[in-house]
Design a protein around this ligand. Structure first.
Ligand SMILES: *Cc1c(COP(=O)(O)O)cnc(C)c1O
Length: 358
């Protein structure tokens, strides 16, 4: 027997969500973004459910090699590019596609005798000011890359800072992209999940969705993806391991940060911040107890959290609790905790056992 917490990954939902992306971007190829261990779902567990993808995008060499060793033959894109000139050995050996965002990388490619031409993604900074060459440098870098014998296909790549905030926020970045690439003929890859859902004008030859594949919202708000048929992939569940009948005017949990005003039935759940549940989730964060929506009370402990059972008298020791998943979208919990689903999904810790539904 084991502690009752577990994360369940529904691979059918993953496959379904990829299919939904295809419907939204029917003429584009799809990079399935599986960075951060497939957004916390487990890359080894998930890649096969995405087998219909045109490529996998990530940023760790370890994860890229894992996919190649599993026999993945689709292209694999390194979203952050390579970190040192000598990394090109590995990129060549495993035939990875790499982003190129800085001048030193051009020199490294020029100096490297590749066995197979390396496909590169030329990263354009459209105003996010994170990675990428400035728009005015793009024609020059394009020429340089295309002149290198070690370089194969060059794709134009960019990333939007505010694609989740409405079309007004992509006009200026798009204008910069169009201006800098007007004379260049290569394929384009600009759209993350938000742009894939809401801005078809950004789709071009390749889209690059991540979070929507896992059934969560690019905005961090559940309501924003209600119009799309996306299914949650991860459910984090545990059980009620104790029940306290607490008198009025008592404190509950560390710091007594919650106080009862009337007698109250409190359930203790085997899930805490050492499992990846956010410690900053305030009293009132939603939790599903035996299928009924309840609220947390007090400070989340390392290994436990407390819920108000006033409205679910049927709850007993052993009743199933869903922290997030099919009954309670991860973004709904994230909103209450002042974060986004992305962070909660990627924060589930090593000690939580995963099971697979296929
Ligand atoms: C993470 C990432 C994506 C995917 O972002 P989502 O919002 O999860 O769709 C796409 N492109 C780049 C460069 C990324 O780093």
């Amino acid at each position: 027997m084991s502690r009752p917490i577990k994360a369940t990954v529904n691979t059918t939902a993953l496959t379904h969500n990829l299919q939904q992306v295809r419907t939204l971007a029917p003429t584009s190829k799809v990079w399935s973004v599986v960075k951060a261990n497939a957004y916390g779902h487990g890359l080894a567990r998930c890649y096969a459910a995405l087998a219909a993808t045109d490529g996998y995008a990530l940023l760790n060499y370890e994860e890229a090699i894992l996919l190649r060793e599993k026999g993945v033959t689709q292209p694999i894109l390194l979203l952050e590019g390579f970190f040192k000139p000598q990394d090109l050995e590995l990129i060549d050996a495993y035939q990875l596609t790499t982003a190129v965002h800085s001048d030193w990388q051009l020199q490294a490619l020029a100096d490297f005798p590749a066995k197979h031409a390396i496909s590169v993604y030329l990263k354009i900074n459209n105003g996010m000011n994170r990675l990428g060459f400035p728009p005015e440098a793009i024609p020059r870098v394009w020429q340089q890359l295309n002149a290198l014998p070690s370089v194969g296909t060059v794709t134009l790549m960019s990333h939007f800072a505010r694609a989740d905030e409405g079309v007004d926020y992509i006009q200026e970045p798009l204008r910069r992209l169009e201006q800098s690439t007007a004379t260049l003929s290569g394929p384009r890859c600009y759209a993350n999940s938000a742009a894939t859902l809401w801005h078809p004008q950004t789709h071009h030859q390749w889209v690059r969705p991540g979070v929507v594949l896992y059934g969560a919202s690019p905005t961090g708000r559940t309501a924003d993806i209600a119009a799309f048929d996306l299914q949650p992939v991860m459910s984090l569940t545990s059980e009620i391991i104790a029940i306290q009948n607490v008198a009025a005017q008592e404190g509950v949990g560390y710091g007594h940060r919650y106080r009862t005003t009337t007698p109250q039935r409190i359930g203790i759940v085997a899930c805490g911040y050492a499992d990846g549940y956010p410690r900053h989730a305030p009293t009132g964060t939603p939790v599903s107890v035996g299928g009924k929506l309840c609220r947390t009370v007090g400070t989340v402990s390392m290994d436990m959290l407390m819920v108000d059972l006033t409205d679910c008298p049927d709850t007993q020791i052993g009743t199933t609790v869903e922290l997030w998943g099919t009954q309670l979208p991860v973004d709904t919990v994230a909103e209450a905790a002042g974060t986004v689903g992305y962070e909660l999904l990627t924060a589930v810790t090593q000690r939580v056992p995963f099971t697979l539904i296929v």
